[in-house]
Design a protein around this ligand. Sequence first.
Ligand code: AMP
Ligand code: TRP
Length: 345
Amino acid sequence: MTAAATARFSPRVFSGIQPSGGLTLGNYLGALKRFVETQNAGIESVYCIVDMHAITVWQDPAKLRHATRELAAGFIAAGIDPERSILFNQSQVSAHVELGWIFTCVARLGWMNRMTQFKDKAGKNAEAASLGLYAYPALMAADILAYHATHVPVGEDQKQHVELTRDIAAKFNHDYGVEFFPIAEPVIEGAATRVMSLRDGTKKMSKSDPSDQSRINLTDSADDIAQKIRRAKTDAEPLPEIPQALEGRPEARNLVNIYAALAGVSPEQVLADFAGQGFAAFKPRLAELAVSVLAPISAEMGRLMADPAEIDRILGRGAERAEAIARPILERTYEIVGMVRSRRA
Ligand code: AMP
Ligand code: TRP
């Protein structure tokens, strides 16, 4: 059904990352690295720095501006070519919020009430959360569908939101009797779809974790990276021969998965090389590998950040190209919904 549902749409990839702090190894392995692979496979790709999503929780304006530019630098340093792919920040293309409102009227309260990320982020005091935090998945659906995107590479934590996007597209198509929006597929692949905290193998590595020791930031120095890996929580057992034997050892499994994703090999391969060895032997090798992959990215980010005007120019140009795709799709949506559109352009 899904292949048929997207068959008349040419393949287009869309994904987004929030500029709500620095980039982590989780963002790199779960998202950026895979975006670069998609781009390099020649698939038309749209990558969005979702600043409108970021303000669903409080953002200091100066920090938001900095984080937006730093994230753009991270995309480019990781290998996104702003000429081949489209890279921009969400607030520069108003089609996102316009379509987001329409989808807010398509989505049902019952659907939103099931969103686990809202429950996690709102915490115990949901009454004090912003209305935007609650409505956010409808805006995410608009991000994707404003481009008629067919594929959405994300980490495991975003699967539920992409499923909601599919429900919104299907309900819109059904209610208005059209086949206008594609039923987009989440693409969740690789050894690192869920990179876990270095302090607790049951929690995802996150830029919002209060402990900096829990994550590797793309801007960390080589010494910081090595030190964080050395201090990462593990157990006293040696590494087993097969991944199945890592069951019940979340910290050990996490480090093996990180190694595999950084090296571009399978967890099986990592264990074939390290079975029988303890973490005293494994951690220095992992640290060396992490530094060799991340140091060049971090250096390139620093170089790009020295010229913020150039980053802004790239984002502006990306926004113009994004607008050229999204605006006609939005105009057609307004027509389908029955809005009178009589203003001259
Ligand atoms: P966020 O930082 O929450 O805006 O997430 C941006 C992208 O990175 C999304 O595709 C997430 O699924 C992905 N991501 C974030 N944290 C992790 C993690 N710990 N492991 C794998 N992917 C992640
Ligand atoms: N919600 C995503 C996150 O928190 C970010 C995001 C916003 C996104 N819009 C998107 C991801 C569209 C993929 C597609 O990580």
